[in-house]
Design a protein around this ligand. Structure first.
Ligand code: NAD
Length: 287
């Protein structure tokens, strides 16, 4: 049997460090879209808590798109060799056969997946850029299909591939990433907002199916978050990047990852089918 991963912590009674088991030791986490951006910060957070990590991206090159890292395998190499095992798999999440192969490869490399974070996605249209126009009365059909594919359909297909084994094992936590745009009407980014709103409905329904097996599914809906892609694809307000102690600002990716680690671990063991908006209180209403 593998020994539990340990971290040294000091206690108040003594200055001598006492080794304690890391909270996610023994867990195997797949984070889709973790070659860059928010997904990668989430993967690093789960790794720091002791989980073994399956990095994923659509292909080897995607992590380099905004200059964060050279390639997916270079990233896996740079992250491994610390406390956790780290492997990498590729596959387009809108393609069911690619997902089947990707998940089989992940299981072969590391074992049974117990934490799934569906982070791959984004407001990316048919030509690889932000869809325009994108209002409720004016959008391109090819952009609608592209955005639904990489957000809603991809999330549903990955869950369909992985959740049944979690149910059989009576163990698992799924966290799907939506967006604040899922929760209010706005005449912008219409395909994206619809896709993320549908992810919320799907996750609640999934939670209802999984609860009898002790498997959980929750949603995290971030507000604007300073990933490399976010910063590279728009004009940003310097005050929103850094605003002292005010919460009227963009999120740091680490602030989203902290919430994911709550849903992934034992502290949320009785929480399922829930949605957490993380936006510094910009949208305050019943979700
Ligand atoms: N950054 C923000 O402001 C923000 C806000 C709310 C929600 N989100 C959501 O968070 C997630 C990550 O966003 P990010 O800012 O890190 O963007 P990002 O573009 O850097 O990361 C998205 C990742 O998903 C991968 N991906 C996209 N389509 C894929 C496909 N079809 N198959 C496999 N992989 C695919 C990309 O290659 C990339 O690695 C997305 O779901 C996004 O919608 C981001």
């Amino acid at each position: 049997m593998a020994l539990p991963k340990l971290a040294s912590l000091s206690t108040s009674d003594s200055n001598k460090p006492h080794p304690v088991a890391l909270p996610l030791a023994g867990e195997i986490a797949l984070v889709t879209g973790s070659g860059r951006g928010l997904g990668n910060i989430i993967a690093r957070k789960l790794m720091a808590l002791g989980a073994d990590i399956i990095l994923h991206d659509i292909n080897e090159e995607a992590p380099a798109r905004f200059g964060e890292v050279e390639s997916l395998s270079a990233l896996a190499h740079s992250m491994s060799g610390q406390t956790s095992r780290v492997v990498a798999v590729t596959g387009d999440i809108s393609d069911a056969s690619a997902i089947e192969a990707m998940v089989a490869s992940a299981r072969e490399k590391l074992g049974e997946i117990s934490i799934l974070v569906n982070c791959a996605g984004g407001d990316i249209g048919a030509d690889g850029n932000k869809p325009s126009p994108a209002t409720p009365t004016n959008f391109k059909l090819e952009d609608l299909y592209a955005v639904l594919d990489r957000n809603l359909i991809g999330t549903m297909l990955v869950c369909r591939e992985i959740a049944p084994r979690m149910m059989a094992n009576k163990k698992g936590s799924i966290i799907n990433i939506a967006s604040v745009l899922a929760h209010y009407g706005a005449p912008i980014e219409i395909s994206y907002g619809c896709a993320k709103a549908a992810i919320v409905h799907y996750t609640r329904s999934l939670a209802a199916e999984l609860r009898d097996c002790g498997v959980r599914a929750n949603v995290v809906s971030p507000g604007p978050t300073m990933t490399a892609r976010f910063l590279a694809t728009r004009e940003t307000d310097p005050k929103m990047r850094e605003n002292g102690s005010s919460l009227i600002r963009y999120a740091k990716p680490e602030e989203i990852a902290d919430a994911i680690s709550f849903f992934a671990g034992n502290e949320s063991r009785y929480v399922t089918g829930q949605v957490l908006l993380i936006d510094g209180g910009e949208n305050i209403f019943a979700a």
